[in-house]
Design a protein. Structure first.
Length: 133
């Protein structure tokens, strides 16, 4: 799934301008909302597996997978997937309250704050940076 998401990002933004187009999938997953929710489910599973794992290599692999797919979900601009993912990460962090979970809790809160309160600011910033080139 991670390799497919990375390839999809590269090929989508090769032909579509970054701030103006929503990342979409291919085949049955051509709808950004559907693919965002599907990848969101994978993120939830990998985060849960990261909490259960004891080996640092496995934890790193699960977290890298979760971060890559979360980036894909952000690029789809699917508010449904972002809201459900943020709420689920908060609940997961609270259930597994430990040092690792506090990192996820802070990341989930930061994700909510950044993408719902400052969304227009980031669009403006990206457009201004694109015009400077």
């Amino acid at each position: 799934a991670v390799i497919g998401a990375a390839v999809n990002i590269v090929f989508w933004y090769k032909d579509h301008p970054f701030p103006y187009s929503r990342l979409a999938g291919w085949g049955r997953f051509h709808n950004p909302i559907v693919i965002g929710c599907c990848y969101g489910m994978i993120v939830i599973i990998t985060v849960t597996r990261a909490f259960q794992s004891k080996k640092k290599g496995e934890i790193f692999l699960y977290l890298a997978t979760a971060l890559t797919l979360t980036g894909f979900i952000i690029l789809t601009q699917s508010k449904l997937a972002l809201i459900t993912l943020s709420i689920t990460l908060l609940v997961t962090a609270i259930i597994h309250l430990s040092r690792k979970s506090m990192i996820f809790l802070m990341a989930a809160v930061l994700l909510i704050v950044v993408f719902y309160f400052f969304q227009q600011f980031f669009y403006f910033l990206v457009i201004m940076l694109a015009e400077l080139r």
